[in-house]
Write a protein that binds this ligand. Structure first.
Ligand code: BG6
Length: 489
């Protein structure tokens, strides 16, 4: 992918002691350090409200490394090198008079600077105004924001307009961490570098596509956040629609930010809106009840810690989506995501069409087409199920199906770490926006989700129920079975 020339070596991390920072970003910096990917000049300033010295901050970060980096990858020298890059600034982001502290801390740091907002979106405006007030922003500064960008179309427009007050679109890096995952990036290579697939990649060769992001974890102590959001806004609006875009987009004319983003925008524009008429057949929402995962009893959604007795929030969604364009007309895209399901599985399943005439076993009418499974979790792999003749002289009539697999962790000796943040952090430093979302993508995705949720509210369809530890409600099975398909388990 094309890189713009300016490499940044000054990085400010707002919310440096928050969950996102400690669980994901700090370990990602660690793995980059371990791989010798970071320039010697790189400096990271942690910003948070707690009154800490630099040494106390470093101690907390060391604690996070011990907790969130897999012990087999922990190395004292790497920790020391990373800690040596860190400095700390205590700043109450809501108080304009705190920002001169930040200015002071950044005295002598090389410009331009990347500012990563690992904080609540309600603070974005104050931080941008605060940075502006200390005259620290230049046309080359970068600002990084995480999902959720709003909770509906209106609020996301508001956030975008606040960011655009001080930054141009080319300075804004909107993260969807799924795009940093190795297999997701490999999807682009698979589709556009392999003629075997590119020649089949349309309604001519493909019967259906399924995207599943199932998690076995529940809501636990995130109830307060999640109950106001639900699975549609938490997962579909961002991760699931991004996967859909990458699987369905046209080949970009260049593999750069503009090329990729404009093709993704076209997919989102072609998504058939889910109006009231479609909801009944094509949309299922559900909530998990008490159940069992790996032999352990787990509480239902409304029995989780800090939960209220009743809630209409969905923890599971399945959808049959349609892309109304020349390439995909007639191909169903089945989307499914839920919390507290049987296992953590994130995968895209491409079902190819079968050949018209079946010659192997005349009693069977038809052979199912080949299946391509692109797995993001539990493995990072791509596997194509192909038919072969079973071994032996008597077995020449039937066929067996076996996977031809590429496991990236084994073949490319990848570290077994499921976060996509390493590559995204490098892209921020190097100024490559290809894997970050543009304003239009975020807003189109909200528009589609808002519309579906609105139609669902108006419809008579109930919120179904599924036992924790299952693959979702029966209605989700029926949604796909009515087309003669089954979820790939
Ligand atoms: C986050 C959601 O964006 O993605 C969480 O807010 C979800 O609810 C998480 O658990 C899943 O990410 P991953 O990388 O573990 O699949």
């Amino acid at each position: 992918m094309s890189k713009s020339p300016e490499n940044i070596t000054s990085f400010v991390l707002f919310g440096a002691l928050g969950d996102l920072s400690l669980h994901k970003l700090i370990p990602a910096w660690y793995y980059l350090e371990r791989e010798n990917m970071l320039s010697d000049e790189l400096k990271i300033l942690g910003v948070a409200r707690q009154d800490l010295t630099k040494e106390q901050f470093q101690k907390k970060i060391l604690g996070a490394l011990n907790s969130f980096v897999a012990s087999e990858y922990l190395d004292d020298d790497v920790c020391t090198k990373l800690l040596g890059r860190l400095d700390y600034c205590c700043c109450d982001l809501q108080r304009p008079e705190s920002y001169p502290n930040l200015e002071q801390s950044l005295k002598g740091w090389s410009k331009p600077i990347a500012y990563y907002l690992a904080i609540s979106p309600s603070l974005f405006e104050q931080v941008c105004d605060g940075l502006n007030s200390i005259n620290i922003l230049t046309s080359l500064s970068r600002i990084v924001v995480e999902k959720p960008i709003g909770y509906d179309l209106e609020s996301s427009k508001e956030i975008n307009s606040k960011l655009l007050k001080h930054f141009t679109e080319s300075q804004i890096y909107r993260i969807d961490h799924y795009l940093g995952k190795e297999t997701v990036q490999n999807l682009i290579a698979l589709r556009f570098a392999n003629s075997l697939f590119s020649s089949q990649w349309s309604n001519k060769g493909i019967e259906s596509i399924e995207i599943t992001a199932a998690e076995s974890v529940g809501i636990e102590d995130r109830w307060g956040y999640f109950d106001g959001v639900g699975q549609m806004k938490d997962m579909v609006q961002s991760h699931i629609l991004q996967l859909l875009c990458l699987i369905a987009m046209e080949p970009p004319n260049r593999l750069n930010d503009q090329g990729i983003r404009s093709e993704k925008v076209k997919v989102l524009e072609s998504l058939k809106p889910l109006g009231e008429a479609e909801i009944e057949k094509n949309f299922v929402t559900a909530q998990y009840a008490d159940g069992e995962i790996l032999g352990t009893k787990v509480p239902g959604y409304t029995n989780e810690k800090n939960a209220q007795n009743a809630s209409g929030t969905e923890t599971f969604v399945s959808i049959k989506a349609e892309i109304q364009n020349w390439r995909w007309s007639g191909v169903p895209f089945y989307l499914r995501t839920g919390k507290r399901m049987a296992s953590k599985t994130t995968q895209i399943v491409v079902q190819f069409k079968s050949d018209g005439h079946y010659i192997f076993d005349q009693k069977r009418e038809k052979l199912k087409g080949n299946t391509l499974v692109i797995s993001l979790h539990p493995t990072e792999s791509i596997s194509l199920e192909v038919y072969t003749k079973p071994h032996g002289v008597d077995n020449n009539k039937g066929l067996r199906s076996d996977p031809m697999s590429l496991d990236f962790i084994k073949t490319q000796k990848l570290l077994n770490i499921p976060s996509g943040y390493q590559s995204l952090l490098m892209d921020i430093l190097q100024g490559d926006q290809s894997l970050f979302l543009c304003k239009e993508e975020v807003e189109l995705a909200w528009q589609w989700c808002d519309n579906a949720l609105e139609s669902h509210k108006k419809s008579d369809q109930e919120l179904y129920c599924y036992p924790a530890g299952s693959n979702g409600p029966r209605e989700s099975e029926l949604l796909i079975q009515s087309d003669g398909h089954r979820w790939y388990e």
